[in-house]
Design a protein around this ligand. Structure first.
Ligand SMILES: Cc1cc2nc3c(=O)[nH]c(=O)nc-3n(C[C@H](O)[C@H](O)[C@H](O)COP(=O)(O)O)c2cc1C
Length: 200
């Protein structure tokens, strides 16, 4: 299963691009699940260290569902709108709250395949910075980060919405970066072996 996490509180550009991505993957035969932060209650990490002692998060909010989705996924797509040149606060909360996943099982996400989608109102609004944030989270978590490769999708999918749903739909170059990244993501997933990175 591939989980796509949408970090926009609106049903607009990021939601649209992620759903297009999941449709492309479904057409290739992958099973996908969409998760959106819109209307959800996911608080920031309190650094109370409860998770280190009790192997679960102290906060009982909508993150519970995200933990389950991430645990069950082979592939992870994080899609974020650009907020001040980086990921949205909602995505940052999810990343930080995953400390509890690592506390419960250090290898919980190890070996899974991850990619990023960054949607900005500006053409150069921080999309690559956000992708670096997403990839850094993947690396720290043991997730294998995938880009679309050079010649167009160097760090992943970068889209330009011009601040609207119609704007992102017109971004042909952005969708080219998405398709390139999805191709590579699919290739990695086809060779996915959950046992490869497990402790002996
Ligand atoms: C708080 C805030 C900060 C933003 N900062 C940026 C930014 O740094 N760069 C950019 O390109 N767009 C920025 N935007 C615009 C959004 O990234 C853009 O409208 C995007 O399409 C929103 O995604 P959505 O339509 O899925 O909600 C910002 C929007 C908000 C609300």
């Amino acid at each position: 299963m591939i989980v796509g996490i949408c970090g926009s509180p609106r049903k607009k550009a990021t939601d649209h691009v992620l759903k297009e991505a999941l449709t492309i993957l479904e057409d290739k035969g992958f099973e996908t699940t969409f998760y959106g932060v819109r209307g959800k209650n996911i608080g920031p990490c309190k650094h109370c260290d409860y998770c280190l002692r009790k192997k679960e998060c102290f906060l009982k909010d909508d993150m519970t569902e995200v933990y389950e989705l991430l645990n069950n996924a082979q592939g992870i797509i994080i899609a974020s709108p650009m907020y001040n040149g980086g990921v949205s606060g909602q995505i940052k909360c999810i990343m930080d709250r995953c400390r509890a996943l690592g506390a419960a099982d250090y290898d919980s996400l190890r070996g899974k395949i991850g990619m990023g989608i960054a949607v900005g109102g500006d053409r150069s609004g921080g999309q690559e910075m956000a992708l670096l944030q997403i990839h850094t989270y993947y690396i720290l978590s043991g997730v294998i980060p995938v880009s679309g490769g050079s010649f167009g999708a160097n760090l992943g999918a970068c889209l330009w919405s011009k601040d609207s749903l119609d704007g992102v739909k017109e971004d042909e170059e952005g969708f080219r970066t998405l398709r390139k990244t999805l191709n590579m993501f699919g290739r990695y997933l086809e060779n996915y072996n959950p046992e490869t990175h497990k402790k002996p």
